[in-house]
Design a protein around this ligand. Structure first.
Ligand code: MN
Length: 505
């Protein structure tokens, strides 16, 4: 899993018969050129395939039904080059189960001021054709993304690309399996939720397994496989001297490697896209899986600690959305604060399980006591995260719906080195400031398990929320507590009977 180029956006143009065959041929030719250019753009990660100029309700309905059934179609781009009466779209859009983006563009960027005549006006009518299409979408209460601007504009392509990423994330959740190994950390609330509602809304299923099911696979790892994996560790990481062959703690590293081999084999056996563990339920495992979880996240698996299946699923979706982008995405936890008046900072980490895709430099591989869980000392990768913009995102189950909360943050360098902290960690300043961010996040019921990403933006997650039909609350540089609280209260009404669209948009 390292590219989205095998997935397709179908490009569908709206028109009608009244223009006559000559004009409609030009519409088709122009549409094909736009679609090919978007497909070739490195800002758009999927292929873009021109499908048809829809001229009748029957044709439009037919292409929508084909899109529903197409196994590689993640969504549609719809553009009305000419005027396309909105009623022709009711049947098709009513049946469409794939998300769509409405591209409000025009074939020519510039008006040919001295040449323009009524033939030109007749052909280049998106300025009003797309407004007619917009009305019928709004009249049908269909959530969609609208992008306006010339199709060669890099910013337009960038925004289509972001939406394409969100569509791919949602698409790959359909039928995805999340394995919950052990149950929840006992008595914890935010990691619980309605798995049936989640499957209807997001498309993924969550099923439980006993730790013994995993232990069978761990015990099945051979000594030679463990040798090979320990050699890989030495290549990829700065391995602490006591973990090297002959070192005092080499056997702990071998135990960690055995857990990785077993966990990977277990997940492959189940066809899983993500998984959860919990330190309270490790019967038969020597260590809490740390290194193994870190490396599997780095390969693209979703993960949530302490039974947090919603975070595992969100991480998996975000890993897919981020494919091919620089920088990484990880499970995270708001751990502890630096509340200094001249610059409040959050230290994010977890007991062990932070993905090395966000590491600055080569991680160091170490074994230390955990201090909780009562197991042997686990192996883990230790690293810092480079400065730069990032987001924290979480999905919570409010009982009648899911809410996605996103906060923009800025990763900063730690004030000093952290030589005694044996876990991967990130230090960030939330936007707009610590107090506004923390109060807003807490008022919104946001979990302590955000998915942290330096690869994705809030806009991609907003597109994802629109596609999934769920609420999204964005805490950004302009947020105020008062406005956020008003939004939370009005959302309580707006989303009362909208539990997330199982229609797929
Ligand atoms: Mn945790």
């Amino acid at each position: 899993m390292n590219t989205l180029s095998h997935l397709e956006l179908w490009f569908v143009t709206g028109s009608q018969h009244l223009y006559g065959p000559t004009a409609l041929e030009k519409v088709a030719r122009n549409s094909r050129e736009v679609a090919e250019a978007l497909g070739a753009s490195d800002r758009i990660p999927t292929d873009v395939v021109f499908k048809t100029v829809g001229e009748t309700p029957e044709e439009i309905r037919k292409i929508c039904l084909e899109a529903n059934a197409a196994p590689t179609c993640v969504g549609l781009i719809i553009w009305c080059h000419t005027f396309s009466p909105g009623k022709m779209w009711i049947g098709g859009l009513g049946a469409l189960r794939k998300p769509f983006l409405h591209l409000h563009t025009q074939f020519h960027r510039d008006l040919p001021w001295s040449e323009i005549d009524m033939d030109y006006m007749n052909l280049h009518q998106a300025a009003h054709g797309d407004r007619e299409f917009g009305f019928i979408c709004t009249r049908m209460r269909i959530e969609r993304k609208v992008v306006a601007g010339h199709w060669q504009d890099p910013e337009v392509q960038e925004r289509i690309g972001m939406w394409a990423r969100a569509a791919c994330g949602f698409f790959t959740m359909q039928g995805a399996k999340i394995c919950r190994i052990g149950d929840n950390m006992r008595e914890v609330s935010v990691t619980e939720g309605d798995k049936v509602a989640a499957e209807a809304c997001f498309g993924y299923s969550v099923n439980g397994y006993g730790v013994g099911d995993l232990v069978e696979f761990v015990d099945g790892a051979s000594e030679s496989e463990v040798d090979v994996l320990c050699a890989v560790y030495q290549e990829e990481y700065a391995v602490a001297p006591d973990l090297l062959p002959g070192g005092e703690r080499h056997s702990s590293l071998r135990d960690g490697a055995r857990i990785e081999l077993g966990l990977r084999a277990f997940l492959e056996d189940k066809g899983a896209a993500g998984f959860t563990t919990t330190f309270e339920d490790l019967h038969g495992l020597k260590q809490l899986p740390g290194l193994a979880v870190q490396r599997l996240m780095n390969e693209g698996y979703g993960f949530g600690a302490e039974g947090d299946w919603k975070s595992a699923a969100l991480l998996r979706a975000m890993k897919v959305m981020a494919l091919g982008l620089d920088d990484g995405t990880s499970f995270m936890e708001d751990y502890t604060y630096h509340l200094h008046p001249e610059g409040v900072k959050t230290l994010g980490a977890h007991m062990l399980e932070i993905c090395p895709s966000i590491a600055a430099g080569k991680p160091s591989l170490e074994v230390h006591p955990l201090g909780i869980g009562g197991k042997e000392d686990p192996a883990r990768l230790v690293f810092d995260v480079a400065a730069g913009p990032a987001i924290n995102a979480t999905v919570v189950d409010l009982g009648n719906r899911f809410r996605l909360i996103v906060n923009d943050v800025d990763v900063v360098a730690p004030d000093e080195p952290l030589p005694k902290l044996p876990v991967a960690r990130a230090v960030w300043k939330p936007r707009p400031d610590f107090k506004t961010s923390a109060v807003s996040w807490i008022q919104a019921g946001g979990s302590h398990h955000p998915i942290f990403s330096k690869a994705l933006t809030a806009e991609i997650l907003e597109d994802f929320a629109t596609i999934a039909g769920i609420e999204m609350l964005h805490i950004d540089g302009a947020s105020t507590v008062s406005a956020i609280r008003k939004e939370l209260r009005s959302n309580e009404v707006y989303y009362q009977d909208r539990g997330g669209a199982s229609s797929g948009r």
